[in-house]
Ligand binder design. Structure first.
Ligand SMILES: [Zn+2]
Length: 60
């Protein structure tokens, strides 16, 4: 029996665009209160939302 080669599924274009559109998206957190459109400002030991002042402390 010949083995069938399984072609890996290509990631959706939408996902690709999302990753390309912003390199910081993966690293930068978004505000859970304001939604995915609002990024948290990065500080030395915490991230803060400039809109609603939501603060999240980073764990080491
Ligand atoms: Zn916010």
């Amino acid at each position: 029996m010949a083995k069938k080669k399984v072609k890996p599924k290509k990631p959706s274009e939408r996902w690709k665009k999302y990753k390309v559109s912003g390199n910081k998206v993966e690293r930068q957190k978004t505000c859970p209160k304001c939604g995915p459109g609002m990024f948290l400002g990065a500080h030395k030991d915490r991230v803060t939302c400039g809109n609603c002042h939501y603060t999240e402390f980073l764990k080491k």
